[in-house]
Design a protein around this ligand. Sequence first.
Ligand SMILES: *Cc1c(COP(=O)(O)O)cnc(C)c1O
Ligand SMILES: *[C@@H]1O[C@H](CO)[C@@H](O)[C@H](O)[C@H]1NC(C)=O
Ligand SMILES: *[C@@H]1O[C@H](CO)[C@@H](O)[C@H](O)[C@H]1NC(C)=O
Ligand SMILES: *[C@@H]1O[C@H](CO)[C@@H](O)[C@H](O)[C@H]1NC(C)=O
Ligand SMILES: *[C@@H]1O[C@H](CO)[C@@H](O)[C@H](O)[C@H]1NC(C)=O
Length: 569
Amino acid sequence: MLFKLLFLAAITFFLAVLWESPSARHQFRDELEKARGHINRSVKGYEGWQIIAVTAGATLILYKLYLFLVGTGEKTLWERIKGTCFKTVRSLPFINGKIEKELNKTRRLLETELLTPKPGETFHLSLPEKGLSHEEIMKELDGMDKLEPYDWRKGYTSGCAYNCDDKLTKITCDVFRRYCWTNPLHPDIFPQIRKMEAEIVQWTAKLFNGGSTSCGCVTSGGTESIMLAMKAYRGVGYSKGIQYPEILCSSATHAAFNKAAHYLRMKITIIKCDPLSRQVDVKAMARAINSNTVVLVANAPQYPHGVIDPIQKISELALKNKIGLHVDSCLGGFLLPFMESAGYPLDPFDFRVPGVTSISADTHKYGYTTKGSSVVLYRNKELRQHQFFVVTDWEGGIYPSASVAGSRPGGIIAATWAAMMYMGMDGYVESTRSIVKTTRWLAQELNSIPHLYVMGNPMVNVVAIASKDFNIYELNEEMRKRNWSLNPLQFPPAVHICVTMIHTRDGMDLKFLNDVKECVSLIMKDPGKKVSGAAAVYGTSQAIPDRSIISDIGYHYLNVSLTAAPLEN
Ligand SMILES: *Cc1c(COP(=O)(O)O)cnc(C)c1O
Ligand SMILES: *[C@@H]1O[C@H](CO)[C@@H](O)[C@H](O)[C@H]1NC(C)=O
Ligand SMILES: *[C@@H]1O[C@H](CO)[C@@H](O)[C@H](O)[C@H]1NC(C)=O
Ligand SMILES: *[C@@H]1O[C@H](CO)[C@@H](O)[C@H](O)[C@H]1NC(C)=O
Ligand SMILES: *[C@@H]1O[C@H](CO)[C@@H](O)[C@H](O)[C@H]1NC(C)=O
């Protein structure tokens, strides 16, 4: 903005100086006269309609070019040029045929994986004519539960289910049952739900050392918390006259920020992580800040490698440039605040750091409540106001709405409130201690396995492993054969486990470690072996420069996921 103003001022000054000097003025006039004569001569012999048609055509082309160059702010010029090139290449029949053939293979792979009927599986492709009884429905569920390939209750998955403690399950479900018909959209009818939501926000703000002005709201999950925070910063940007407000974050930042930018028509700029620490490169972040930047993102910790960004340094950047700083603590939000009491002190990561203006923390992860629950916090109410939405002239009445949803599940809010009440400070400190202890022990042990190394410095709950000697996705496949479901990462290839309460019980951590050891020694018998199946797909997909091919597979995956009919034959 400032830059544009200075530029305009400079041009005005230049023209004024020109006008003040008589000789320059005359020269300027002569030049204009010459240009006019030149144009007059060059259109000699053309008819009026021809001149009009060419002018109109040229204007249209220039306007299109201008639109392409400026873009909508969502993608950079380079990304758009690349996209256009790939699109052109892909439309060549020879190339397209080859790509389609390969794509078809992957599409079929997805379909077989998700839609092949299991023995005895039943399908309901239309609503039953006559409603079923309670027993009949339960019987249907028993049949469907047999489809589960992983024993997630025993901890064979990474993340996914964060705590399946029986008492916690009972209290959450009892409370949900009691409030299952409630809706906080009507605080007059359900005052207890309004109170519970406000209390959840109050507790969470206190955990993150929010002062008297701190505030927030309960949302449906991490993505919604992030989206609302980004909307708030977009509002601040709009109020300063920025057309496409920009988010700056690291390459390890959760994809929910890309999604938010897409939904909100903001620009997102991704800063590379340091290859060793996997923390954001703060110097690169500083260089990327421009007059459109409205918010910096810091992770506490990030999802891929469980690493905490240097929040203090990012905060200094935010303060210096007078922009926002969002701390994404979706994953670690209910671990970090308890780590000091659990005997694992950390550098400040919350509102104690002066530049931090908002925080997201998922109650449905380490808050140990059921899915559909998260908290977004702000340093002050001015910022939060930009997340709100009010319609005044609707025929249905005045409609104020805090978050994305209109009607909201009061039962989930009540269950969250109850889970937090049940855990209490002592419960969270205790669970945090076991999670961090298990994670750090695993990180140390995994790092000492030959041919494997741990990425970054995992201090909280995630350990990412990679290998210089074999294809790490093969480890994923081997672990799958031993009933483990881990998360594959890319750029660079790696695999991670997100440690939950379930892994801290029944020697699951030791079982995991031993299985990894076994798989590694098996793979190292023939490390150059050609991989196949999902491991191959994941490996080669990173080498494909045209990412639109990969997104095609993503779209197909979503399409297949939402298909009810089984695969024929
Ligand atoms: C899970 C997660 C999110 C997104 O949360 P959802 O609840 O899946 O929408 C965002 N950031 C991080 C670091 C996460 O782990
Ligand atoms: C423009 O060009 C035409 C024909 O070449 C000429 O007759 C006319 O005088 C020119 N007009 C001016 C204003 O110079
Ligand atoms: C890919 O599959 C589509 C539809 O399933 C089919 O129409 C097309 O011919 C296939 N392309 C190739 C190259 O096999
Ligand atoms: C994996 O789970 C299946 C089904 O629960 C079981 O039959 C099989 O023995 C398990 N495999 C291993 C290696 O534990
Ligand atoms: C969507 O998935 C179904 C089921 O696999 C498939 O038959 C159909 O062709 C897919 N459609 C598109 C557009 O990919």
